[in-house]
Design a protein around this ligand. Structure first.
Ligand code: FUB
Length: 461
């Protein structure tokens, strides 16, 4: 399904006109998302299962919506369908629309709003989409959740759901892995993490499910995701070791274990988002961790948003802990609106981030500078081959202020000074750029006055 997203008016934070035009050529809708986190900012998304198919990354997330009386359970997860998103550069994302809907799957209990964390995998040119949800048949599937499969010829669908869920699988969070010898495995969770071999048809178990029992016994474990690197199998999973979920991993020489608990990939959310759910891929020689947080819904952690950060291995094969960032991954094109509120670093004081419109959080964020010399660093801006000549900033300052822009260090060259006139309304202010070479630069935005200045975005030309 193709859909034109028009949440944003021209000139505001997430103007997507250019991307929408571009995406028309590849079949889908630009999301208004760029390289920053969360990388989908037009709807709530969670549980991102990322896959590399051909030369693109596809992300199959859950789609959180807000329950209302009569529609789902208020105050709980509420999900009725799945979208798929893709990108060739992890920077520009396309929403390919809805691929599976709860009330169009024959075995699903109507209006159950329980389309939880999915996964997708390719085998022999077919794409198998696995999803957990509430079945009509509560006799056979007594524990509340079953896992179904929908099949397509392309990663974006159309997906045709199978008439019944997978037999002998009771649980959530399916994850599929195909080993080098062609054997496929299905993993899922139901308090513990389970695994089993899949038949060649990818639709039936080829072995009895086993509990992967070397994992921690205390605290909920769910969301398994298994990958292989240099002959070592990494079973990664969210686990409540303390208060909320953190991402951990165990390793083995065999896809079904025995596993050795090895470490933590990402600590608990510092702001208390209870769930985290992830996937790990290698794309163009870099490893990435896809995960979620509740950036667009800080007060309600069942409305989540997907993020991506780079992941690195130590020489001994262990995973270095991933520190979550707002900046995310990939290059930001200097001629697009650069959302500096998705920063790499800021000064200890004098910089804060706020929603542009607290009644419509999908409008995104602004940066508030409120001390002299407060600064913000935004990494990896691609200026291309020609040096930029002008910068524009969308900013506002009741008493007026100056934003100085430097490159490649707080003591790096000053390339522009944007004078923000006094006034409460947002203005787009243009200033000349000097001493800026082509290529990729880190930007430093420094507020030179003590009075508050709010900045929405900056853009070069
Ligand atoms: O999205 C609903 C559930 O929350 C998922 O299935 C779990 O992994 C957790 O993220």
């Amino acid at each position: 399904m193709k859909r034109l997203i028009n949440l944003f008016t021209p000139g505001t934070k997430r103007s997507i006109h250019r991307l929408a035009l571009l995406s028309a050529f590849i079949g889908g809708t630009a999301t208004g998302a760029f390289a920053q986190n969360p990388f989908i900012q037009t709807q709530y998304t969670a549980d991102p299962s990322a896959r590399v198919f051909g030369d693109r990354v596809y992300v199959y997330p859950s789609h959180d919506i807000l329950a209302t009386p009569g529609k789902g359970r208020v105050g709980w997860f509420c999900m009725e369908d799945y979208h798929v998103f893709s990108s060739a550069n992890l920077t520009d994302w396309t929403d390919h629309g809805v691929i599976v809907q709860q009330n169009k799957v024959p075995w699903v209990k109507p209006d159950s709003y329980s389309m939880w964390a999915p996964d997708c995998i390719e085998r022999n040119g077919k794409y198998y989409f696995y999803f957990p949800t509430s079945p009509k048949d509560t006799t056979t599937y007594s524990r509340g959740f079953a896992i179904g499969v929908a099949i397509a010829d392309k990663p974006t669908g159309p997906f045709v759901p199978q008439p019944t869920p997978i037999k002998n699988v009771h649980g959530i969070d399916p994850n599929v892995f195909i080993d080098k010898d062609g054997q496929a495995y299905l993993y899922w969770s139901a308090g513990n993490i389970y695994g089993a071999r899949l038949k060649e048809n990818m639709l039936e178990l080829a072995s009895d499910p086993v509990i992967l029992q070397e994992l921690p016994t205390k605290g909920l474990k769910e969301g398994p995701y298994l990958f292989e690197r240099n002959g070592l199998y990494y079973l990664t999973y969210p686990h409540v070791a303390n208060k909320t979920e953190r991402l951990e991993y165990a390793t083995s020489n065999n896809p079904l274990g025995p596993f050795k608990v090895t470490g933590v990939i990402m600590d608990e959310s510092p702001t208390g988002c209870w769930t985290n759910h992830h996937s790990v891929i290698q794309f163009k020689n870099q490893w990435y961790l896809f995960y979620h947080h509740n950036d667009l819904s800080p007060q309600f952690d069942k409305a989540r948003s997907v993020r991506v950060d780079s992941l690195f291995f130590n020489e001994d094969g262990t995973i270095r802990k991933v520190i979550p960032t707002l900046r995310g991954v990939g290059l930001t094109n200097a001629t697009q609106n650069i959302q500096i509120d998705r920063f790499s670093r800021t000064s200890d004081q004098g910089v804060s981030i706020a929603f542009l419109d607290t009644l419509n959080k999908f409008q995104g964020w602004k940066t508030v500078f409120n001390a002299a010399d407060a600064w913000l660093q935004y990494n990896s801006v691609d200026f291309g081959k020609k040096p930029a000549r002008f910068v524009s900033a969308r900013a506002a300052s009741p008493s007026g202020g100056v934003l100085q822009i430097r490159t490649d260090g707080l003591k790096g060259p000053v390339i522009a000074e944007v004078k923000v006139p006094a006034g409460k309304d947002w203005k787009v202010i243009k200033a000349p750029v000097q001493k800026l070479g082509p290529g990729v630069h880190h930007l430093f935005i420094v507020s030179k006055g003590k009075d508050p200045v709010e900045a929405d975005w900056i853009r070069f030309e």
